[in-house]
Write a protein that binds this ligand. Structure first.
Ligand SMILES: [Zn+2]
Length: 246
């Protein structure tokens, strides 16, 4: 490819803007808040899982307590009915009286056992409620930190986006000033992850920092000023100026 040496040199301006844009994009991807948010998300997930587990255990306990409560009610009602029969005088045979009294004694013991169990469950419930409160507070604190980090991230991004937009405008204006084929080649090279164009300085390629071999130097030296010369290592367009040490 052929291009005016001045236009070739101007590729360095474009490469400088592209380097700035790449730097800004890198900063946007690596602002500290992103790492913070990532670890925060892990914390939040763990905290919410823990909360879910304890809440489920607590719900199961509520169900057990309700069942126990209803068992206690049944035992109490049964005792009351027996007592009413005893008090009414309707049961007179001593054998029947004895059976009723015996049943009530059994029911009282049963009631006591159930009430003891209920106290135990209430104690467990208290422990779980305290745990839920503690985990909820921790979760809320993590969520609050998340909100702060998100706000900071958005501020940083907004600032960077202004810089990126400015630089992109500069890039668009500059790019429009090049011949389509030269710009096309430059962009194609840049898409491979190396600078599209770089200056040769002191016998070194500015794109890959490789020293040019004797034969490469000879080829560059003998190339016409209009020739578009490419690095044999990184394939970038090699811009030659008086600083190139040729
Ligand atoms: Zn190179």
């Amino acid at each position: 490819m052929q291009a005016d040496p001045t236009e070739q040199r101007r590729l360095l301006d474009l490469a400088a803007v592209d380097k700035n844009l790449a730097g800004l994009a890198h900063r946007r991807r690596t602002i500290p808040q992103l790492a913070e948010l990532e670890s925060n998300q892990a914390e939040l997930t763990a905290s919410e899982r823990e909360l879910g587990e304890v809440t489920t255990t607590r719900s199961d306990l509520t169900r057990d307590m309700d069942r126990l409560e209803s068992d206690i009610d049944n035992v109490r009602n049964r005792q009351e009915r027996n007592q009413q029969r005893l008090d009414s005088g309707a049961v007179s045979a001593s054998k029947d009286l004895e059976a009723l009294q015996h049943e009530n004694a059994t029911l009282r013991r049963r009631q006591q056992t159930l009430e003891d169990q209920e106290i135990e469950l209430m104690e467990q419930a208290e422990t779980l409620d305290a745990q839920i409160e503690k985990i909820t507070a921790a979760r809320d604190e993590i969520a609050a930190r998340r909100g702060t980090a998100e706000g900071e991230r958005d501020d940083q991004w907004a600032q960077l986006d202004v810089e990126i937009a400015d630089e992109q405008t500069k890039r668009d204006t500059l790019a429009a000033s090049f011949a389509a084929d030269l710009l096309g080649l430059y962009d194609k090279i840049r898409a491979t992850g190396v600078p599209g164009a770089a200056l040769i300085t002191q016998g070194r390629c500015g794109g890959c920092r490789m020293e040019l071999s004797g034969s490469e130097l000879a080829a560059v030296r003998s190339a016409a000023p209009n020739d578009v010369v490419r690095c044999e290592s990184c394939r970038c367009i090699q811009v030659r100026t008086t600083e190139s040490g040729l």
